[in-house]
Design a protein. Sequence first.
Length: 219
Amino acid sequence: MVRRISVIVVVCCLVAAAAQAQVATTRSGGGRSSGERAPIELGGFYGYSWTWSQDAYWGLEPGKVDIKDSGFWGAHLDYPVRPGTWLELLYTYQSSDVVFKGAVSGESSQPLKVEYFQIGAVQALKPGKTVPFTSLTLGWTSVKAKDTGESSSKFSMIIGVGAKIYASERVGLRLQARLPVTFTSGGLGFGFGTGGASAGFYGTGVVQTDLSAGAFLRF
């Protein structure tokens, strides 16, 4: 909760600063004159995420851990820093199940929530009414098992490509494909059952792939 509040405070500060800004900048798309301040873009999106299974252990038992493919939602704030480049604040929430497939015990699962808190850059590839872009954000992933209450936070990054479609001066659409990567270094664990054992990822990271679509307002 503290982290969510921190993100909201940062967003509010950026919005307030932008509203008071008097420096004129050039916007990269959508038809405004060069003497006007480039607008901030605030929007939400919904998508579907696929997670690649990882080698893992449950106590001493080897197996596979996977986060079930599921929908997710999120919000973003893009603050223009120069024509065609935005500073992005990003939040993503996914509710799913984490599944352990043990070599001996079989399959066990429990409800899970995954949250991404990110900051980074969005770079337009060309100006126009439809603006293709690339994005790179850094931050952390918060993972919490709903039943046991176990939680863990790890450094993460999200690489993305997509397009902004400017439907009008104030409204746009956003389509995006992303590759979120959470760096675990073997330290991301989940508890299963009542025996106190936990399942932990091997390797260096958990990789997801997702597609999303959304809308944003410009002000």
